[in-house]
Design a protein around this ligand. Structure first.
Ligand code: SF4
Length: 66
């Protein structure tokens, strides 16, 4: 699983960091998303998927290509 984000559309709502704190954090400066782990283990997949669905701006997506 590969994590992709577009910080330019992120509105800093923080749902991602709350739902999947092992994978996402937020900038101390402006609250925009920071990816802590671009290829998290499968144990984080459900949390990442929930974060994708919760994100109000569509700033997160995943791919599964190696
Ligand atoms: S949930 Fe979406 S809008 Fe909110 S901080 Fe994360 S990426 Fe940004």
């Amino acid at each position: 699983m590969n994590i992709h984000v577009d910080p330019t559309v992120c509105i800093g709502a923080g749902h991602c960091a709350l739902r999947a704190p092992a994978v996402f954090d937020q900038s101390q400066h402006d609250g925009t998303v920071i990816v802590l782990d671009t290829q998290p283990d499968t144990e984080h997949q459900a949390d990442v998927q929930a974060a994708v669905e919760l994100c109000p701006s569509g700033a997160i997506w995943v791919s599964f290509a190696p």
